[in-house]
Design a protein around this ligand. Sequence first.
Ligand SMILES: [Zn+2]
Length: 165
Amino acid sequence: MTLAHWLTIPELLRLPAQTYEWRVDTDFPDLETLTPVQGSVTVSHRHTYLEVSASVSTIVTLCCDRCLQHYNHRLVCTTTELIWLAATPGSQPQDDLVETLPATGRLDLADWLYQQLCLALPYPKYCDLNCGGIHPPAPAEPPIDHRWAVLAQLQSALERSEPSS
Ligand SMILES: [Zn+2]
């Protein structure tokens, strides 16, 4: 079961100052964390858009890209996103890059927060800046190339024929 925390826009409009605050203290099924994600998500209705802010922190368990060991990383996520409200239900967003919601729609704050947390994850993930990584496997015996053997013979023959004085 995935986590969801729905907020509908008509609900939001009935709240004082058209602002909703979600006190976050939760675990996300798809995010491996040592401690619950704690903080707050605030949504304010600004007539033509929603202003959604997060201020949360947690300790995530990550896998190092270099040595593949698991390590703990303190993740702090403070962000604000504007979500435009479509003037009429079903109207197309002007710009695909801009988040748009129907004016009477609803927003899954848990899903929104999960996406923000994913964006805040470090990349690349190193357990330590000086992580030496895993020891590379011992190199296999180099394949024998007979042309090099011929060259080596030629070279030693030349060395032998060099004048000694
Ligand atoms: Zn490492």
